[in-house]
Design a protein around this ligand. Structure first.
Ligand code: T3D
Length: 263
């Protein structure tokens, strides 16, 4: 597929996927959603890919839904936004959650509305210190979608999730890291290098174990302890048969660095 609204770069097992509508702060259109679905399906299908970095072009990560996109029911007398969520945002987040490689959001500028939720759907979020996270939804009479009502309270607790979403104040990156919303806030000048190093590190790790970790962590709030222990057992059984487990143990015994293949 020839992309118009995103950039897709693959090298060394790392895919860098960049939202690319900088004039509109990379806000989502129906066309961009279509390209994102295609790009994520490509990542899912290509076994040589070991990790994904999601970022934004220009001065922001993403300003959420493009509020002027006619494809997204904006302007209709009774727009069916539920349908937009079902058709576009839900599949986007489920694709990310089910991706067979770890994901990192690289956030600079603002991550607003569905753009903030998109970042939170990644396994790790690294932001420049001047970045901010804005739950913009209440300002236009909506609720946090794109998984926002799921990710936010899990990460920062109910009191902070409610304050952030009802009041819709920008949360600076350093406070976001302090609150546990994101993994790290780094100096703006160090953002690229930090994410590059992290991407290289994750791309060399046992991919299946990282992804099963994501799945187990996210399943936990809806499980009893017994159910969770069973899930852990199932994943451990599967990983015990993986080439990366054999390699990890062999490398430990031979006192050398492991060479994981993601298999
Ligand atoms: O169909 C559905 O609606 C369902 C899905 C909903 C999910 C959602 O994401 S709802 C939330 C949608 N997003 C917002 O409400 C955020 C709107 N944007 C802003 O509040 C501000 O732009 C920011 C706080 C993000 C950044 O402010 P600032 O001052 O740095 O930039 P700016 O000047 O406002 O924006 C720069 C340009 O981007 C400007 O265009 P122009 O005037 O230069 O031609 C602005 O209109 C455009 N832009 C920014 N955000 C959006 C947008 N255009 C369309 N949609 C946007 N969301």
């Amino acid at each position: 597929m020839d992309y118009q609204h995103i950039l897709f770069e693959a090298a060394g097992g790392i895919v860098r996927l960049t939202l690319n509508r900088p004039d509109k702060l990379n806000s989502f259109t129906g066309a961009m959603h279509g390209e994102l679905r295609d790009a994520l399906d490509t990542v899912q299908a290509d076994k040589s890919i070991r990790m994904l970095v999601l970022g934004g072009a220009g001065r922001a990560f993403c300003a959420g839904q493009d509020l002027a996109d006619p494809d997204m029911a904006v302007g209709a007398t009774r727009p069916d936004i539920g349908n937009v969520v079902e058709q576009h945002y839900k599949p986007l987040i489920l694709r990310l959650q089910n991706l067979r490689v770890p994901t990192v959001a690289k956030v600079h500028g603002v991550a607003a509305g569905a753009g903030a939720s998109l970042a939170l759907a990644c396994d790790l979020v690294i932001a420049g210190k001047s970045a901010s996270f804005l739950q913009a939804f209440s300002k236009i009479g909506l609720i946090p979608d794109t998984g926002g009502t799921w990710f936010l309270p899990q990460r920062v607790g109910m009191a902070r999730a409610m304050g952030l979403t009802l009041l819709a104040d920008k949360l600076p990156a350093e406070k976001a890291a302090e609150w546990g919303l994101i993994w790290q806030a780094v100096d703006d000048a160090a953002l690229d290098a930090t994410v590059d190093a992290l991407a290289a590190q994750l791309a060399g790790m046992p991919t299946k174990a990282l992804v099963r970790t994501r799945q187990a962590m996210h399943a936990a709030p809806n499980h009893t302890l017994e159910q969770q222990l069973s899930m852990e057992g199932g994943f451990m059984r599967e990983l015990g048969w993986s080439a990366d487990f054999a390699e990890g143990v062999a490398a430990f015994m031979e006192k050398r660095a492991p060479r994981f293949t993601g298999q």
